[in-house]
Design a binder for this molecule. Sequence first.
Ligand code: FAD
Length: 411
Amino acid sequence: LDLQQREVVIIGAGPSGAIAGALLKRQGHDVLILERQRFPRFSIGESLLSHCLDFVEEAGMLEAVQAAAFQTKHGAAFGWGERYTEFDFRDKFTEGHGSTYQVQRADFDKLLADQAELQGVEIRYEEEIIAADFSSARPRLHARRNDGSEYHIEAAFVLDASGYGRVLPRLLDLEAPSSFPVRRAVFTHIEDRIDDPQFDRNKILITTHPELRDVWYWTIPFSNGRCSLGVVASAERYEGRPEDLDACLKEFVQEAPNLRRILKNAQWDTPARLIGGYSANVKSLHGPGFALLGNAAEFLDPVFSSGVTIAMRSSSMAAAVLHRQLSGEQVDWETEFAVPLKRGVDTFRTYVEGWYDCSFQDVIYYEHAQPEIRRMISSILAGYAWDEKNPYVAESRRRLRVLAELCRGDR
Ligand code: FAD
């Protein structure tokens, strides 16, 4: 087979691959991205957090994203029965971007990939990595083109940004079980025709099911009068419900009074889809000749829309370490990449666990919260989960427990 030589090869051209590629190219490295699909392609994960714009900016893509007319997002709203509360990301403890976007990922991901290409990153679409050999000093990947032809490619370093493809975790036996139970999401896009004055198109709306508090819905408005709408529940919550996904999603929506009201005129014009078992983990985030980015590594849960932000943060951190390594410096991927990356992931983990055991829901829906505490929570919801100056980051578990007790005692 043909054997090609490159400096850095990235598997996957999603947000983590495009950002990592651009950052390395900007540091003067030769970067090739191999992407299995042709863009634009559908992806779930449409509500961005503010912090991810820091990495879009670092990669020189902020102006292009701002010019793309995506729906502005200023925060997150939560509804549970008659309760309603909202967090404004412009009013938060940590400095940084306040507003962000809700994006059709097909368009957003293509825009980032095109920007990376404009900066000199080579992207080959419809080429899939099917095998990998990391036994020698230069890792070797086995790629297959859409026409069935194959070739080998050697690089100084490989970044796996393959998302749910999880290429290196599968090929190198790095998969580890997630600490989260298996949940499923059923979702669609609708023409929403929302005229409810309470509905704020500049926020994601997260709705808690009135009785089943581990079941929640997302409503993510786009700038074109459409919404992404989905429900997340564990397998047993789907038992006894219609097998037809549209009917199933509509039944869930009918059970939530706020959604029933908001979506009363909606046109359901797109067949619903199901995605399940998405929570995943790995034994290690790196090894000789490779590191794992974004969803190819750990994916927690969609409830706080942290996926793209964690993905881009991992790209930024990995690109910095890799640049130093390629420049001849000694680097330690564990202490300089894995450990600090996981710190923020663990912050999100605390609040995701608190969402499902309801302690964080009790905090969110508490009506008498102090403004300063809400600003600290707002920072985390905006994605600034690595800011150790925020006590709800630095001591997330203890702080959440104490706060939840306070809110519950005061009910
Ligand atoms: P991806 O975007 O998945 O990109 C990976 C790319 O790699 C793909 O284009 C794929 O084609 C390519 N690839 C795969 N295998 C190969 C191969 N063998 N060879 C070559 N290329 C390959 N995140 C948010 O930020 N906000 C949200 O609102 C949100 N909602 C979510 C809702 C649900 C139900 C779920 C499950 C997730 C949600 N997420 C959300 C998470 C989000 O989808 C991911 O975190 C994000 O897409 C990760 O980006 P990535 O670049 O790591 O991977």
